[in-house]
Design a protein around this ligand. Structure first.
Ligand SMILES: *Cc1c(COP(=O)(O)O)cnc(C)c1O
Length: 425
């Protein structure tokens, strides 16, 4: 898939104007201002259904990794479609509940769950805690015992495979902070099996993000299935296997497998190894929402530098951190194509950091006040936004056919310091 196809899924050009589904982006800018995140309802639901279809006919659950995009409207759409959720904080649990998600379909990941977060998740009766350390197991036992309940757990094992992705988003190597080393996993299960308030239900892994090949998944699956076999030899029988998330999308010229192809390969492995009866969980984030969103921004002014031209836009690194954080390449498209020669620009925000850029060295014809769309911004865009430089966060809208719904009001400057106070005289 090329970036052109990425755009075609949710965003397409009609009569030279970029649309989301049937809505021209300039009408969204006129109604809601900029910067604004724009999502396609159809693209989100279709991406979820691709996973659900591939898993149809066997016990399974798609737990959307909501840190990719945790807007209530996104969560609610997915909950209505039948999704569960992979959460990494008590705040995310609260969002799931507020959005109408079923707590019984929630798995709780993360290396540092606090006692308060554990208590809230036990009270909500979530499906499973994905454990990442011995200390966490002991803490969970204590909190569950105090609450007089049993906590369902799986251990997140670290299969030590190279997901061949950016160093900041690989998680399944020995040197990463995530998961329990493969060699220590059995011992942790043995300990868990002896704790009265712990119920072992599954095993879990998650090897990284923006993965564009099937092979690392199959390697990880083999190692996880080795553990499943070893556990069963000791009489510890698991109900589910959770293969995590991490499937990439085509930002530029990547060619990730489809969700259907990835799941088919995993299921084939599971079946070959004699575990066809196990419940299968997956935790996709980016591949559900990434291609479904764009960040709509307006060119504030054009600055011709000594060596470079800059298009300074009204969105910045605080709105979309991926370029600054990972040197990520994002596709930037003019909303209306100009019929004039292009120039080479760095597309940057107004924030006082040299790292504040959205795209570099793009050939594009533009002028002040033109609208641009940063495509593939549905995942790890708004959910990572900050207020750096006292910039209110963007508005968010969801397009459904020819209708546009505002799903988050633009933040106001007054909101930014409403909770702050000065010292007394
Ligand atoms: C972030 C994360 C995911 C989702 O990753 P994507 O690359 O967005 O699919 C799934 N599971 C866990 C434990 C995560 O931390």
């Amino acid at each position: 898939m090329s970036s052109g196809d990425l755009a075609a899924a949710a965003f397409s050009r009609r009569s030279g104007v970029l649309h989301c589904e049937s809505v021209p982006l300039q009408s969204i800018a006129a109604q809601f201002g900029t910067p604004t995140y724009v999502y396609s309802r159809r693209a989100i639901v279709d991406a979820y259904q691709a996973y659900a279809r591939a898993l149809a006919g066997r016990p399974s659950l798609v737990c959307y990794a909501m840190k990719a995009n945790s807007n209530l409207a996104v969560l609610n759409l997915l909950a209505r479609a039948g999704a569960g959720f992979d959460i990494v904080s008590g705040g995310e649990l609260a969002r799931v509940l507020a959005a109408g998600g079923e707590p019984g379909k929630v798995v709780f990941s993360g290396v540092g769950k606090s006692a308060d977060e554990i208590r809230a998740a036990l009270a909500a009766e979530i499906l499973c805690f994905n454990l990442e350390s011995t200390e966490e197991l002991e803490r969970l036992q204590q909190v569950a015992s105090d609450a007089g309940v049993r906590a369902r757990i799986s251990v997140r094992t670290n299969p030590d495979v190279d997901a061949k992705t950016h160093p900041y988003i690989t998680t399944g190597l020995k040197q990463n902070k995530f998961g329990v080393a493969l060699d220590d996993t059995l011992a942790l299960y043995r300990r868990a099996a002896h704790l009265p308030n712990i119920e072992i239900v599954g095993i879990d892994c998650h090897i990284g993000s923006q993965i564009t090949e099937v092979a690392p998944y199959v390697d990880a699956a083999d190692k996880v299935l080795d553990l499943v076999d070893a556990l069963e030899r000791e009489g510890i029988v698991l109900r589910h296997i959770d293969f995590g998330g991490g499937l990439g999308i085509a930002y530029r010229d990547e060619t990730p497998p489809t969700a259907g192809a990835l799941i088919a390969a995993m299921l084939a492995r599971v079946d070959q190894r004699g575990h066809a009866g196990k419940h299968i969980l997956v935790e996709p984030g980016r591949s559900i929402v990434g291609a479904a969103g764009a960040l709509l921004t307006r060119v504030n002014l054009v600055k011709a530098g000594a060596e470079k031209n800059f298009a300074i836009v009204d969105a910045a690194m605080n709105d979309l951190m991926r370029p600054a954080l990972y040197q990520a390449w994002m596709d930037v498209q003019p909303v209306r194509q100009r019929d004039e020669p292009s120039k080479r620009y760095d597309i940057v925000g107004p924030v006082c950091e040299s790292g504040d850029w959205l795209a570099r060295e793009r050939d594009i014809a533009l002028r002040s006040d033109d609208l641009l769309a940063v495509l593939g911004a549905g995942a790890y865009g708004m959910s990572m936004a900050s207020n750096y430089n006292s910039r209110p966060r963007a508005a968010e809208v969801m397009v459904d056919g020819d209708r546009v719904h505002r799903i988050r009001q633009r933040e106001t400057v007054a909101q930014l310091f409403a909770d702050e106070s000065v010292l007394p005289d």
